[in-house]
Design a protein around this ligand. Structure first.
Ligand code: HEC
Ligand code: HEC
Length: 256
């Protein structure tokens, strides 16, 4: 009896599904299939291999046509993920992003894969081999930090406060101000103080329990990769260039 019901359900669902996929053809994820033979990017091969294997279906114009993607309602769900995914990150367009945008996205990619948010869980169920391995995460981390390595640390140990102010205005004021908390806490006087001391700011438990004293060394680590330094914190944003970090730290030190 149970078997017969299941078979019946399929017999009725299958044509319905085929029909629906045609009635709403935009929902046929097969139509999203690769529009470019390959994505031209400056991403180095090791990181590119991981992103190409595990992320391109939703984050590029190289979506591979999967058979299941031809059937509603799965195709509709996929359509939404692909449209949304490309909006946030389109690997095909990587080389057209500004260096600033690329750095922001690299920070976000690290955050998403470390917290196990990406690839989306529903995708991992269908593609079990798309789950991120520790080696993948390490490779993506060194990619995100790599823009750093070919830049020698400057001869001066002191950063330049005026240059730091410019970096601050460009890279930090989206979330921070010196005298007012926004998405991030206000930062005047942060240098020399323990972490998570701004009254009324809703810090993550991770930062609250970290007991960091903000100085040249700790700020440098934090600004290189906050997630590696204080795992689980809420600031997913790094500055890969050592000179920019040095200038920023000098600026924060002078803004007391
Ligand atoms: C099944 C489709 C799918 C796959 C596969 C997928 N993503 Fe996503 N991704 C999405 C969607 C949808 C969003 C936007 C909504 C959200 O953040 O959940 C997104 C958002 C993102 C964002 C932006 C987050 C933000 O806060 O702006 C990043 C970064 C990201 N994904 C990285 C990755 C990486 C890296 C991979 C591969 C390891 C990956 N994604 C695989 C669908 C996908
Ligand atoms: C996307 C938003 C965002 C950006 C961009 C950002 N931050 Fe943050 N920042 C935060 C959040 C949120 C916190 C609090 C983190 C927590 O509670 O885990 C934080 C915390 C901090 C702290 C610790 C403050 C304290 O009271 O202990 C410092 C220092 C800091 N940010 C510096 C910077 C600098 C410098 C920049 C620019 C290079 C920057 N941040 C860019 C969101 C951001």
């Amino acid at each position: 009896m149970k078997l017969r019901t299941a078979v019946l359900a399929w017999i009725t669902a299958l044509p319905a599904s085929l029909l629906l996929a045609r009635v709403h053809p935009f929902g046929d994820a097969g139509l999203f299939a690769a529009t470019h033979p390959a994505h031209p990017t400056s991403i180095p091969p090791q990181a590119d291999a991981i992103l190409s294997a595990k992320c391109v279906d939703c984050h590029s114009e190289q979506t591979r046509p999967h058979l299941y993607g031809r059937f509603a309602p799965i195709s509709w769900l996929m359509e939404r993920d692909i449209v949304e995914g490309r909006k946030h990150l389109d690997l095909t367009a990587w080389d057209t992003y500004t260096p600033d945008r690329q750095q922001t996205l690299q920070s976000l990619i690290l955050k998403e894969v470390r917290s196990n948010e990406m690839p989306l869980p529903q995708y991992r169920i269908i593609h079990p081999d798309s789950a991120m391995t520790a080696a993948d995460i390490e490779a993506l981390t060194s990619w995100a930090h790599a823009s750093t390595s070919n830049e020698l640390p400057s001869a001066t140990t002191e950063g330049d406060s005026a240059a730091g102010k410019l970096v601050f205005e460009k890279r930090c004021t989206g979330c921070h101000a010196l005298d007012q908390s926004h998405e991030g806490p206000k930062l005047r006087g942060v240098f020399g103080k323990p972490s998570a001391q701004v009254a009324g700011f809703d810090y993550s438990p991770a930062l609250k329990s970290s007991h960091i004293i903000w100085n040249e060394t700790t700020l440098d680590k934090w600004l290189t990769d906050p997630d590696a330094f204080a795992p689980g914190n809420n600031m997913s944003f790094g500055i890969p260039k050592p000179q920019e970090r040095k200038d920023l730290i000098r600026f924060l030190k002078d803004s007391r």
